[in-house]
Write a protein that binds this ligand. Structure first.
Ligand code: SF4
Length: 243
């Protein structure tokens, strides 16, 4: 009898311990929330990225000033940077100022940017954006996120490209490569770009924010390609959560 009681007690204790362990594991982590990766893991990833791709902030979109980068970034939605650079090489010759683009004929601009895709919307947004720059910002590209995203055709991603590359303000650009690779590295579990940006802001040191995007684009184009990553030749193998 005494022995039976002990067995039952042991069963109950094990159940309770298991419940407590689960509670402990989930403590501070709501459903769908990214589990914070270990600091050493993040540090090791960033060190290897710096070693392989350097620390220089180099924009892939050709531009000579802020408004040109703004226009190039609007054009880059669903389009390769290489294609955008071919288009803008002629575009900025034809329309050398914000005022020239603000006064562009819609149909003519559509033809000028046709090969970027979504040319009707992009042309409409570029003209409207340049008009707003003239009317509200004296023809200058504003610095704050709030002002930038108030412009036609400018979302958070475009705004962060400008903040980082023009003003050197710490910001994280979440593009298709950052979205895909950050998940593989265990830095986020989110799908929504704004939530991914928030997760990355939490785990990455601020001085890596701008260059992280550039390094991950390089990794995403060369090694961690979609749909089939080249894990066999990846220098992040030992740190990758998806390998
Ligand atoms: S190991 Fe594979 S999945 Fe992981 S980052 Fe490298 S290429 Fe991408």
């Amino acid at each position: 009898m005494k022995m039976e009681q002990t067995k039952e007690q042991t069963k109950e204790q094990t159940k309770e311990q298991s419940k407590e362990q689960k509670k402990g594991q989930n403590k501070g982590q709501k459903k769908g929330q990214t589990k914070t990766p270990k600091k050493e893991q993040v540090k090791a990833v960033l060190k290897l990225l710096d070693e392989h791709y350097g620390t220089e902030v180099k924009c892939f979109l050709s531009h000579e000033n802020a408004w040109q980068l703004l226009v190039a970034t609007i054009l880059s939605a669903q389009c390769t940077d290489a294609r955008v650079n071919i288009i803008t090489a002629k575009l900025f010759d034809k329309y050398p100022t914000v005022a020239a683009l603000a006064g562009a004929d819609l149909e003519e601009l559509e033809q000028d940017i046709h090969s970027a895709g979504f040319y009707h919307n992009k042309a409409k947004n570029i003209i409207a954006c340049c008009r707003e720059l003239l009317i509200r910002f004296d023809g200058e590209v504003p610095r704050s996120l709030t002002d930038l995203i108030s412009l036609p055709g400018v979302g958070r991603k475009t705004a962060n490209v400008i903040r980082g590359n023009i003003f050197n303000d710490a910001s994280i650009v979440v593009d298709t490569h950052v979205k895909r690779v950050s998940k593989k590295l265990g830095l986020t579990t989110e799908e929504d770009p704004v939530k991914i940006e928030m997760d990355l802001m939490k785990v990455l040191p601020k001085d890596h924010w701008i260059r992280y995007n550039i390094q991950i684009i390089n990794l995403g184009r060369e090694i961690c390609k979609a749909p089939v990553p080249r894990c066999g030749s990846c220098f992040l193998q030992s740190l990758c959560q998806d390998y």
